[in-house]
Design a protein around this ligand. Structure first.
Ligand code: RNT
Ligand code: ZN
Length: 418
């Protein structure tokens, strides 16, 4: 793609959008400022860098064995830096507790401390990126079927301690970056087969959360992530959407909507406007479920386009934190990141370019044919010309040229990891 053609197409697109009352430049400015919280775990298939025997407990699994996954902190940082060099905008990195800089030390989950994330905080500052955080209750001998909802006091307390420590780590991150660190709490707790104790486990989880959240912090924000079911825990999930929605509304915590954690025909976009009325903010885990919570790479499909539109229509950008959550181990991992981030940005751009005023005007007047017609027309307005210009303005490879960049990094870096 030639620079001149991009500029020419952009000018024409701008004109076309102006005819619908859409200010393209202001849309681009907004897009430039939307930070996406990039999940660190796509780089290494959710393995982390603990020196513990990880084989003890499940809860999560990546599938595929494409060569070149990051094997240590240095490689992960280098991969993330590469990803950031291929996308426009200033973004964030979401770390899990198992990604601490533990050196050769054995640090159990109930021993994690801010010091284990000191080098991450330093790196982040220098990479000009902000950090978000997650407690990790999966992949540990004490994970089992129940962690924070475990009737066994010792196990429950172990995970309460872990999660409390994660909040202090998040607080340190937030303080250092002078911007709140979003801490996400997700646990897999549930039951493979019928349980006759649905109430009991939820009561225990509520108690654990109350313990965990007893201390107030200024530089971190708590997010609680619901799920429909997990593999091997198909019959019951303690932390269901009802559970966290209730807890979030009651205690003013942020509910995390993972787009892979609902019935496949359930509309996640429709939840945005309700959550914003009853909970302080929203955290998103943008993912792509195929038949189930498969965590495929995010692509520009209707689900994500509709989600982005709801955020913009509800004027919710300031209260919505957009995080990604996919981990595909079957393709080039840097490529997976690039596709996922770019597709999310494309969805947001489309949403920002919607001729919303005209649409609302039609709706107010009861002109529903006109509303539907314009919604259809808007789909094929030249948003892609605006996208190309966005890349050009950010000095990024145009169109599909980023593929070559990733192939080069693969040849020079990731393919050499054996
Ligand atoms: C799992 C949840 C959770 C994880 C990450 C690694 O189903 O989506 O958010 O993917 O914490
Ligand atoms: Zn998630």
């Amino acid at each position: 793609m030639k620079k001149e053609s991009v500029l020419k197409s952009y000018e024409l697109a701008k004109e076309q959008y102006a005819a619908f009352g859409v200010d393209v430049e202001s849309a681009l400015k907004k897009l430039q400022d939307i930070a996406i919280s990039i999940q660190c775990w796509q780089a290494d298939d959710v393995s982390g860098f603990e020196n513990l025997d990880n084989l003890g407990g499940g809860g999560i699994q990546a599938t595929g064995n494409y060569p070149g996954k990051a094997r240590n902190i240095e490689e992960l940082r280098s991969d993330i830096e590469k990803v950031l060099s291929l996308v426009a905008g200033k973004h964030r990195l979401s770390l899990h507790a198992i990604y601490g800089d533990f050196g050769k030390k054995i640090v159990d989950r109930n021993e994690v401390e801010p010091v284990h994330f000191k080098s991450w905080i330093q790196w982040a500052k220098q990479a000009n990126i902000k950090l978000d955080f997650n407690s990790t209750s999966f992949g540990h001998p004490k994970s089992g079927d129940l962690t924070l909802a475990n009737p066994d006091k010792k196990i429950r307390e172990f995970w309460v301690e872990h999660t409390k420590r994660c909040r202090t780590i998040s607080e340190e991150m937030g303080k250092a970056q002078e911007d709140p660190c979003m801490m996400n709490l997700w646990i897999h707790d549930g039951s493979k087969d019928l349980t006759v104790n649905r109430y009991k486990y939820r009561q225990i989880l509520e108690k654990s959360l109350d313990d965990i959240f007893a201390t107030d912090y200024k530089n971190m924000k708590d997010c609680i992530e619901a799920k429909l079911f997990g593999i091997a825990l198909e019959s019951y999930t303690v932390g269901s959407y009802d559970f966290y929605l209730g807890y979030g509304a009651k205690k003013q915590k942020i509910v995390t909507l993972d787009t892979g954690h609902f019935h496949l025909t359930e509309s996640i976009p429709d939840k945005i406007s309700s959550l914003l009325l009853f909970t302080p903010e929203i955290m998103l885990h943008v993912s792509r479920p195929i038949r189930w919570d498969s965590d495929h790479v995010v692509i520009l499909n209707d689900d994500i386009a509709d989600l982005a539109k709801e955020i913009i229509r509800a004027d919710a950008l300031k209260r919505t934190h957009i995080g990604l959550d996919f981990f595909d181990a079957s393709i080039n991992r840097i490529g997976a990141y690039a596709i996922g981030i770019r597709s999310t940005q494309k969805a947001l751009l489309q949403a920002l370019l919607e001729p919303i005023e005209q649409l609302r005007d039609y709706e107010a007047k009861g002109q529903y044919f006109e509303r539907l017609a314009l919604l259809e027309e808007a789909k094929t307005l030249p948003w892609n010309a605006v996208w190309d210009y966005f890349l050009l303005k950010n000095n990024l490879p145009l169109g599909e040229a980023y593929i070559t960049e990733i192939q080069k990094y693969e040849k020079e870096v990731t393919a050499k990891r054996k």
